[in-house]
Design a protein around this ligand. Structure first.
Ligand SMILES: [Zn+2]
Length: 282
């Protein structure tokens, strides 16, 4: 059954959107002093840190980064602002005016303004000592970054050994790979020609080698596509991080496979949609 067309293109921020957002924020924030920090409500998914404005106002941003699907903004006061875009969050650059969904406003000493817009409010803002980041609860148990070069076929083979869980579900486990996400797990399994339902422990080493190559490839392609939005970041009222991208299998139920005459199928695994081509993913 086809899902309503309204759902097409409506998707959550995943790792490439967060990475693209961080790179866009870098242009505005890196090296700048925060002259104004204004929370416009008390919470998103959880409460904003009570001393947010006090700790950030006047601080200089020294670097930005990403861990899994969290964006990191490090200041010269030894604090890191951690943001999560939840289901609908985005940073707006130099917004003309602020609306009811703009929940946090940052202003730099150059007069640039950034507002975190999040209509559904599933995002979060935290402030953690930079030295303690690795122990922050959401980070403490994360697996390696999929773009960090730490994952190869042999590493996957060791982690998957003896595991009966479907390989797709294992890839979504944050303790296995940090921040890979549903779309890119589907796309990487398609590239590596692996059936997403296959028990992880039964996938051969050559296929896991192909998967270890496919994971950074699909993410980097998406980040590259997202990079085009950065050209617009200087425009007033630009919104960082969201871009449209053609996928091989994701959200293409019933459509022809790009590789053979199979059709893309959708199943549900662990409550999430999996898209794959039964004809070439084995
Ligand atoms: Zn196919």
């Amino acid at each position: 059954m086809k899902r309503p067309s309204l759902m097409k293109g409506c998707r959550l921020p995943e790792l490439p959107e967060v990475e693209t957002t961080v790179r866009g924020l870098e242009h505005v924030l890196k090296g700048r002093r925060l002259s104004r920090v204004e929370p416009r409500r008390a919470d998103l998914r959880r409460a904003f840190p009570a001393d947010l404005g006090q700790r950030l106002t006047g601080a200089r941003v020294i670097s930005l980064g990403r861990r899994a699907k969290y964006g990191l903004i490090d200041t010269d006061r030894g604090d890191t602002l951690i943001f999560h875009l939840g289901m609908s969050g985005a940073w707006r650059v130099d917004p003309d005016e602020l609306g009811k969904h703009d929940h946090l406003l940052l202003e730099t000493d150059e007069g640039r303004r950034l507002s975190l817009r999040d209509p559904r409010r599933f995002g979060s803002i935290d402030l953690v000592a930079t030295d303690d980041l690795a122990d922050w609860p959401a980070f403490a148990e994360l697996g390696p970054e999929p773009l960090g070069g730490a994952i190869d076929g042999r590493w996957l083979k060791e982690r998957f050994a003896g595991r009966d869980a479907a390989i797709k579900l294992m890839l979504l486990d944050q303790k296995m790979v940090a921040g890979l996400g549903n779309i890119y797990a589907c796309e990487a399994l398609f590239r590596a020609k692996i059936d997403p339902r296959k028990p992880a422990g039964k996938v051969s080493l050559p296929k896991l080698n192909a998967l270890a190559e496919a994971i950074p490839t699909v993410l980097e392609e998406a980040i590259w596509a997202g990079g085009s939005t950065l050209r617009d970041f200087a425009a007033p009222d630009g919104e960082l991080g969201y871009f449209s991208k053609q996928f091989d299998v994701y959200d293409r139920e019933g459509e022809p496979c790009h590789r053979n005459d199979g059709n893309v199928r959708r199943i549900v695994q662990g409550g999430r949609s999996t898209f794959f081509c039964p004809a070439c993913q084995r």
